[in-house]
Design a protein around this ligand. Sequence first.
Ligand SMILES: Nc1nc2c(c(=O)[nH]1)N[C@H]1C(S)=C(S)[C@@H](COP(=O)(O)O)O[C@H]1N2
Ligand SMILES: [Mo]
Length: 279
Amino acid sequence: MSDTTRSAPPARKIVSGRAPSPPSRRQALRGAIGVLGGVGAAALAGCDRLSHNEGFVDALKSAESLSRGVHHAIANRRAMAQEFTEADVAAHFKANGTQMPRDADYQALLKNDFADWRLEIGGLVERPAAFTLAELRAMPPRTQITRHDCVEGWSSIGKWTGVPLAHVLGLVQPKPSAKFVLLRCADSMDDPAEGDSRYYESVDLDDAFHAQTLLAYELNGKPLPVANGAPLRARIERQLGYKHAKYVMRIELIERFDTIRGGQGGYWEDNGYEWYAGI
Ligand SMILES: Nc1nc2c(c(=O)[nH]1)N[C@H]1C(S)=C(S)[C@@H](COP(=O)(O)O)O[C@H]1N2
Ligand SMILES: [Mo]
């Protein structure tokens, strides 16, 4: 990340890391693309490139502020994302962002086929825990066919199998003070020697307990490929792609996120994207 993108003003002031009202990402994106017009296709080639374009990020911000109120009025946080049929599943589910974490600790786990991997869950919970992949696979599974929408403008339909995050949270018992679920990932976005740049994300408890929010270990009936986040990735179906953290290593229940890393609740959020990326 360049210093310019790092120092870009936050997309929205988040007081004490509390959840802002949800804007419509789609509307905002459409508006922003309309405003920009002149941004070539090359600029739309990746989340990364987009974030480096300050004009794009600024346009996104103003479009969002226009649509926020409207979306808030009609949004139903419990509504289900659309589900599709087997016939709709893409022959090849696109991979984006990190597709092979460079980090030595991840490489060691991968070499051993994730036999030594554990999902740690801690923070504001009554019973901190660590689960093996076999333990997660033994929990009541859910399978869903959904469309993944990336902020870049592409979509892919895939069949996901995993354990609902709600089930896992039931096991660890969040304390009353817990307000958000933080997902910490294995992959560094920059050179690990230059400081902590590992991908991370956060969602509120509405999304965490939503029936379609999964910790997924299978894509299209097969173990999750490394490119798509092996061994475990989040599915946050009513939000854009960047919320769906891949390579999840640790989950923490937290009260606020303004004290974590860039303070905006996620890797891309720290680079100017909205915390609530509703579709
Ligand atoms: N750990 C991690 N999670 C991530 C990313 C990433 O780079 N690292 N990229 C995000 C983005 S922008 C998208 S669109 C999706 C891509 O998921 P896929 O590779 O399965 O298509 O993962 C999201 N989660
Ligand atoms: Mo994305």
